[in-house]
Design a protein around this ligand. Sequence first.
Ligand SMILES: Nc1ncnc2c1ncn2[C@@H]1O[C@H](COP(=O)(O)OP(=O)(O)OP(=O)(O)O)[C@@H](O)[C@H]1O
Ligand SMILES: [Mg+2]
Length: 312
Amino acid sequence: MTAPLLEVRNLRHAYGSHVALSGVSLTVHEGEIFGLLGPNGAGKTTLLTLVSGLFPPSSGAVMLQGETLTPTNAGMKRKIGVAPQELAIYPELTSRENLRFFGEIYGLRGAELDARIEELLRFMGLEDPVGRQLARTLSGGQQRRLNLGLAILHRPRLLLLDEPTAGVDPQTRNHLFEGIRRINAEGTTIVYTSHYMEEVQTLCRRVGIIDHGKLIACDEVSKLLTLLPSVIRIRIDGPAEETQRAAVAIEGVVGCKMEQERMKIECHSVPPTLSRWMAICQERHWTILSLETTEPNLERVFLHLTGRALRD
Ligand SMILES: Nc1ncnc2c1ncn2[C@@H]1O[C@H](COP(=O)(O)OP(=O)(O)OP(=O)(O)O)[C@@H](O)[C@H]1O
Ligand SMILES: [Mg+2]
């Protein structure tokens, strides 16, 4: 069996006496967009920085295709691209000059570098005249796009994105998403860090949830969502006891209780439960007076696992 592209083994990191990561283990497979979700200060940037090989962990190991990553192994580090949370662009250089500067660091030269720069400016929507502007004069969204372009200059196998949508408007966010999906479709494996559960839920099939330096869950998004039931809150003009009895008899219903005048039905899935419920109401001549449904999401999973909201 071939080794996974990235394996993090029992990683621990402390800044002085402050433990920022403790005992984190996870695996990222070739070709996936893996989400790393956690609130401010959870340890996401620390984990990505260790995976990028910038400094060694206090203990534990980062393995790339089965080989241990060390900060001095330039060949292995070249397989990784990083778009850091704090923008890594030179404000006094233009977008084109930034790409050239980092391209040369990666050893690209001549026609190959020229072509790659133009390709990336097009890819990031930073064609001229924007490409000739000083980076510090670009909008926040354009700077984020340039930050991403710099991370993929050398066509890395593994791309680490640390809050790539920080401070951008919804349109730029969608543009970035499109770019990230294309980079992935062209064969780059991605670790995507965010404290926006909607982003992770949209882009990633598998996700790790990190809190206070610990990985508290790691699985497919669809599996994590099954930790919680869907909820239907409904007010009906039928007799309370009879309506409750009818509700719990529906296949897939796991709980039912009255909340003042409304009945709270917990179920595996809203659509089949609701269509069965509609049929029952029709048979018994009950009228639905109000209806509200709540599907589980990663925000609620986080609340369920930690007792706290993902964002303060
Ligand atoms: N260089 C440092 N020196 C001391 N403490 C640090 C350092 N970098 C991070 N920390 C602390 O380590 C913890 C984890 O920080 P980290 O930046 O990894 O979290 P994060 O999940 O990326 O947060 P955010 O969502 O705010 O970016 C925090 O408590 C932070 O204050
Ligand atoms: Mg961070």
